[in-house]
Design a protein around this ligand. Structure first.
Ligand code: COA
Length: 431
């Protein structure tokens, strides 16, 4: 049977495809802007046919109907990263959270989290019968390899990305053609605080560096302030529209990269149509599975690797809480630690945590101790640079006393006095 006959024989409606999900199954869903929303809606509409179906994914960008009140008997959401539309479900006990490094997720599907069904989005097949996983390759490639049943929404609007991002049609069991715009992520709003942080971070970036940009407003805002640099490279878990502007301006050339020279490397992409048009069949963009892109030993093969991530709170020892506010899980570890450790091993590498000094001007993000129950994402032995709008604290190799002093110097002035009092109490000396 030719691949065309195989494809035609397995092309079905969404209702037929989700009819293959059985009660008690574990369903792994492609995430972020690659989410197969049409299949998820069809699955949710068929809720009455299921009991106790486990839905596993990372960043949720769609409606997440399966995680809404009233769906408890049918679905149980297991978040490997809590996204905006699933925060409520996890906070209210209708969903669970599994702590993990992003780079470890594909390995889970081999043993601790065996996959019954994978719900994915692909491009239509090319002349050789290969479909691209588009803007989210990350753990999706492993889900395809390990699932008993693979159901794909075939979306002609999904960009065909290059790299290690395509699967053979014969690896997919059901094809559901349905075109929809790829989910957009609007560029962040950049105010005076973000501008000051961006400038401080940019002062740590040198010509020829290779960058990782984390998730959230700050890492993306930083790009705006790199326009004066030369020959930057990208090896990042994800990137957004900001990279397109710098590539077109000739700032990002990837020329000095020591691994994959000439190519922007990532495992998923989130942005607007501008980004999706830019990456479509672009041989300079290399998407690959997360167990490769986020492996600290792979990351470290880039000399001058600079990771830029954000956080929720930092305590005076340099412990970084990035994913929970006290006991409330708001996101996940994602690739933060993968990249901080990779940058630490890179020749000339630097790891930066950049954040506003306050939460909307009300409370300090630099605190004596983390909120009770907060998860430590980056531990105090891994931390390197912390940056706010007030400056840069370099913590690596420094004593507890020195780190606390450096962090107080970049705290919001309105909170420095109380932090100094804590310093004096803790270290038994005048500040
Ligand atoms: N106390 C109370 N609330 C806080 C807070 C704190 N210390 N810090 C943040 N918040 C609130 C914000 O006010 C915001 O609330 P809102 O949604 O009601 O406006 C919410 O938490 C999210 O914070 P914000 O700073 O707007 O988030 P962001 O989109 O810029 O993302 C992180 C910041 C830290 C959540 C994000 O970078 C993250 O998840 N990091 C961990 C994973 C990671 O780094 N991956 C990197 C590789 S992709």
């Amino acid at each position: 049977m030719s691949w065309k006959e195989y494809y035609a024989a397995r092309t079905v409606t969404a209702a037929e495809a989700v009819g293959r999900i059985r009660s008690g199954d574990r369903v792994v869903v492609q995430h972020a802007c690659g989410e197969p929303s049409y299949l998820l809606d069809a699955m949710t509409a068929n809720a009455g046919a299921y009991e106790n179906v486990e839905i596993v994914h990372m960043v949720a960008m769609g409606q997440a109907g399966y995680a809404q009140p009233g769906m408890e008997a049918h679905f149980r959401h297991n978040a490997l990263f809590v996204g905006g539309t699933t925060r409520g479900a996890v906070a209210e006990g209708r969903g669970d959270f599994t702590p993990c490094f992003f780079s470890d997720v594909p390995g889970f599907f081999e043993d601790v989290l065996p996959v019954d069904v994978a719900l994915i989005t692909v491009t239509p097949p090319d002349e050789e019968g290969r479909c691209s996983l588009g803007v989210s390759v990350d753990y999706t490639m492993a889900a395809v390899k390990h699932a008993k049943t693979v159901i794909a929404q075939v979306n002609r609007k999904m960009p065909f990305t290059c790299g290690v991002s395509a699967v053979d049609v014969t690896e997919i069991d059901c094809f559901v053609p349905y075109d929809a715009p790829v989910i957009p992520l609007a560029p962040p709003k950049i105010g005076a605080v973000e501008e000051a942080i961006g400038k401080n971070v940019a002062s740590l970036v040198r010509d020829g560096d290779t960058l990782q940009l984390g998730i959230g407003a700050i890492p993306d805002a930083v790009l705006k302030f790199l326009a004066g640099k030369r020959d930057l490279g990208i090896h990042s878990e994800m990137f957004s529209d900001g990279v397109v502007d710098l590539a077109r301006a000739g700032v990002i050339t990837n020329r000095k990269k020591t691994l994959h020279p000439g190519k922007c490397v990532a495992t998923f992409l989130m942005g607007t149509q501008k980004l999706y048009d830019f990456v479509d069949r672009n041989p300079d963009i290399y998407l690959a599975p997360v167990e490769y892109v986020n492996d600290p030993f792979v990351i470290a093969q880039n000399d001058n690797m600079v990771s830029i991530n954000s956080c929720v709170q930092v305590d005076l020892m340099g412990q970084i809480a990035s994913e929970s506010i006290g006991l409330t899980q708001i996101s996940g570890t994602g690739g933060q630690v993968d990249f901080i450790r990779g940058a630490a091993r890179s020749r000339g590498g630097r790891a930066i945590i950049a954040m506003p000094s306050t939460v909307k001007g009300k409370t300090s993000k630099i605190v004596p101790v983390l909120d009770a129950g907060a998860a430590v994402t980056t531990c105090r032995c891994d931390v390197d640079y912390v940056v706010t709008e007030y400056g840069i604290a370099h913590l690596k190799g420094r004593t507890l006393r020195e780190r606390a002093r450096a962090l107080i110097a970049i705290a919001h002035p309105g909170f420095r006095e109380e932090l100094k009092m804590e310093w004096e109490r803790r270290f038994h000396t005048a500040f």
